[in-house]
Ligand binder design. Structure first.
Ligand code: 13P
Ligand code: SF4
Length: 357
């Protein structure tokens, strides 16, 4: 495929490729039993839960109560790396489990559901992506965390939503030309912020892509004092109205720091649990996902994140099923691009990193 063909092709999933978002109801008695079983298993197996902010509040509460961790994708990777636990139970989506395994090949990594994927990962097949990179050997390859281990192995850098702008600015300062994949909206945003020379893959997050600029404008009229918090996987028309654009951690921080009573939030609504916990007196409003005459597909809740729940967590801990394996050769190569980011974010002076990509 030519460069033009790749850049003109959409890697966004069709409606049929997106599973329905199903949140299983669990009654309070069953919840108590499941929680007890999980706590016992975690202790017996020296295991911890590492959960994303978009997962079910039951899982987030349990992770917090049992010495696990709830965070964004960057900090989930850091925590798994630093924890002493022998088993990491990653509640999130597949690339998060793979990243944990790549950074901790000696540990066992389990996930409640191996079908929990991500539209960005699915929209960036390794063979096509590699061919695209091969056609541009003079470009530094930067991929978002939401990609397969094989795509990370083909990259020079992995970045997350919380680090993308800084990394790309760092590379742009060195005059590097960049291949960016897979999220087109985040890519466009980063390009605008950094002025970098970028070839941008045309993938999208099916959840954030649904936020609507026009309807957001109308909602803001009804809430003139509200601040708008936006994840950068959202369309430019939504980002343009943001008071703050950032990672999930950035959004949670903003609700405590910005001087407003009401917040309109453009990201997966799973995050409301933590936001409400850190700022109980603030009013949180979902950004609109349905335009005129159109209905939302995922309605601001990721269908793959919703696949994680207490029942499945008990099952994987008791059965040992759903272990994540990554080929050793891929682990070695993907680790380089991930470690580059971990070093960059640890050492903001970037000393020793110049021109190493
Ligand atoms: P964060 O790294 O900001 O948590 O984002 C992960 C993600 O999947 C957003 O859709
Ligand atoms: Fe992927 Fe979007 Fe789900 Fe995040 S919310 S995991 S980017 S599909």
């Amino acid at each position: 495929m030519t460069t033009e063909a790749i850049l003109n092709r959409s890697f966004v999933l069709t409606r049929e490729q997106i599973p329905p978002t199903i949140v299983e109801e669990i009654g309070s008695e069953e919840r108590k039993e499941l929680v007890l079983k999980i706590k016992q298993q975690l202790q017996q197996q020296n295991a911890v839960i590492v959960a994303h902010y978009y997962t079910d509040p039951d899982l987030q509460i349990l992770a917090d109560e049992t010495g696990g961790y709830v965070s964004d994708s960057l900090d989930m990777a850091r925590f798994g790396h630093e924890s002493d636990a022998q088993t990491l139970v990653v509640c999130g989506v597949r690339f998060m489990g793979e990243t944990a395994k790549i950074l901790n090949p000696e540990k066992r990594v389990l996930m409640p559901d191996l079908e929990a994927n991500c539209s960005l990962d699915l929209g960036c097949p390794e063979d096509e992506f590699s061919a695209f990179c091969d056609a541009h050997p003079d470009h530094v390859v930067v991929v978002y965390a939401n990609t397969s281990a094989a795509v990370k192995a083909r990259a020079n850098w992995m970045v997350t939503s919380g680090s993308a702008v800084d990394v790309i600015k760092h590379l742009a300062k060195q005059g590097k030309k960049i291949i960016w994949a897979p999220d087109k909206y985040l890519g466009d945003y980063v390009q605008k912020e950094s002025g970098a020379n970028m070839l941008i893959w045309q993938g999208a997050c099916v959840v954030h892509e649904e936020f609507k600029g026009k309807e957001l404008e109308a909602l803001r009229q009804h809430h003139p004092g509200a601040k708008v918090l936006v994840h950068p996987e959202s369309p430019a028309s939504v980002i343009a109205q943001a008071d703050m654009v950032g990672s999930t951690t950035g959004i949670i921080k903003a609700v405590t720091e910005l001087d407003a009573k009401e917040f309109i939030v453009a990201t997966d609504k799973g995050i409301f649990h933590k936001m409400q916990q850190v700022a109980p007196d603030k009013i949180l409003i979902e950004a609109p996902t349905a335009g005129k005459g159109a209905t939302c597909i995922s309605c601001a809740h990721c269908p793959w994140m919703a696949m994680n729940n207490l029942r499945k967590l008990v099952h994987v801990l008791e059965s040992g099923e759903n272990e994540i394996f990554v080929d050793l050769d891929i682990v070695e190569r993907a680790k380089v691009s991930i470690q580059r980011l971990l070093d960059f974010t640890k050492d903001n002076s970037k000393i020793g990193l110049a021109n190493d990509a």
